[in-house]
Design a protein around this ligand. Structure first.
Ligand code: HEM
Length: 359
């Protein structure tokens, strides 16, 4: 694909194959678009990657999500719904999902000195930088400003949690058994701010949009809440919040009958792999009953998404059940034009809905 200077792997099996060979399909991409971030786990290979990931990961494991964060996530979701419930109309992406996941991320990271609005703004600026394939100077400038703001916030919190650990990601990194320095902590927080808002927000929006157009599926899910988990996995497969991510070849390598030279840039197009008809029957359909096959939305191999359990919990255990449970008569606003946008990062730009305001 000359316009993006990359070979695109689009089939499920080829993507899985590449993810099993991180020593060939390296994450240490030269001139990565994550350049405003500095060295970080997402664009390192093992053993560097493993050291950084091991330091950051503990607060995002399923048990920690349940024991440390779930209660606050739920309180925040109720507060946001309290604010809009009487209105009878809202854009659920802007007024609910984004502030919810941004506040949750601030909590998990330990950025108590930043508001949900700061996190959402920084995230937007970082994401725009990370997908600035057209090299827009304004986009770089905003990403650099966000970078500086995050660095200052992390430096302040790092000092505090060194004295008094609080179970957060920053605390876990600062107090890790294998040392992680301040710059490394800052860089990884930047990556997480960049990647921890859009994706859960977009899964929320896509799934709610899909269900509002399929009342018979929604009724089943409301009657059988265990199905929310399936709705989550099918939503992430169907319209993957991250459409592609990059790798670079460390050696000449033949894949799908084509020999690519060392140094080639490759894109793993998981949005396409997730709709590979040889793996997912009627792949373009949203079907919560499809036979289980692991989707690729969280990636694979050593870089498998660190926030998967945070995202699953905040969206499928809390956000959807609370929204559909509390906002009675919820429906898509007939006049609104909600659109899906993006291919590196993909999701609805808005989700305009109405409900019975007395609820
Ligand atoms: C539905 C929501 C999400 C989706 C679909 C998603 C998707 C992904 C994907 C595809 C990757 C792999 C990228 C690559 O290998 O280049 C990844 C990595 C990562 N994600 Fe997520 N993500 C989500 C939510 C989150 C959240 C909420 C957080 C933070 C709490 C997070 C933190 C990370 C981190 C730190 C990595 C890098 C892991 C590593 O390099 O070992 N993600 N994510």
């Amino acid at each position: 694909m000359p316009s993006v200077g990359r070979h695109l792997l689009t089939r499920y099996d080829d993507i899985v194959h590449a993810e099993k060979l991180p020593e060939v399909f390296s994450s240490r991409e030269e001139g990565s678009l994550l350049r405003t971030v500095g060295p970080n786990m997402l664009r390192e290979d093992d053993p560097e990657h493993r050291r950084l990931r091991a330091a950051a990961e503990p607060p995002t494991r399923p048990r920690q999500v349940r024991d440390l964060w779930a209660g606050s996530f739920e309180r925040t979701a109720h507060e946001l719904l309290d604010r809009i419930a009487g209105r009878g109309e809202a854009d659920l992406v802007r007024d609910f999902a984004e502030p919810l996941v941004a506040a949750n991320l601030a909590l998990v990271l330990g950025l108590h000195n930043a508001g949900a609005d700061d996190i959402a703004d920084w995230s937007r600026a970082m994401m725009a930088g990370n997908s600035n394939y057209v090299n827009d100077p304004d986009v770089w400038l905003r990403a650099e400003q966000a970078t500086l703001a995050i660095e200052m916030a992390v430096a302040e919190r790092a000092g505090a949690v060194r004295r008094e650990p609080d179970g957060s990601v920053i605390s876990s990194m600062v107090n890790a058994p294998e040392p992680v320095d301040l710059a490394e902590t800052q860089n990884n927080v930047k990556v997480i701010v960049g990647g921890g808002v859009n994706e859960p927000r977009d899964v929320f929006g896509v799934g709610a949009w899909a269900l509002l157009q399929r009342p018979e599926v929604l009724d089943r899910v409301l009657a059988e809440p265990a199905l929310w988990k399936r709705v989550f996995e099918e939503t992430a497969r169907w319209i993957s919040p991250i459409g592609m991510y990059p790798r670079q070849l460390t050696q000449d390598y033949e894949i799908a009958g084509v020999t690519l030279p060392a140094g080639s840039r490759v894109a793993l197009v998981i949005a396409s792999g997730n709709r590979d008809e040889s793996v997912f029957l009627r792949a373009d359909e949203f079907d919560v009953d499809r036979p289980h096959r692991p989707h690729l939305a969280f990636g694979g191999g050593p870089h498998f998404c660190m926030g998967a359990w945070v995202a699953r919990h905040e969206v499928s255990a809390l956000a959807w059940p609370l929204v559909f449970g509390r906002l009675k008569g919820l429906r898509l606003d007939d006049g609104a034009e909600d659109r899906m946008e993006g291919w590196v990062f993909r999701g609805p730009t808005s989700l305009n809905v109405t409900w019975h305001a007395s609820a």
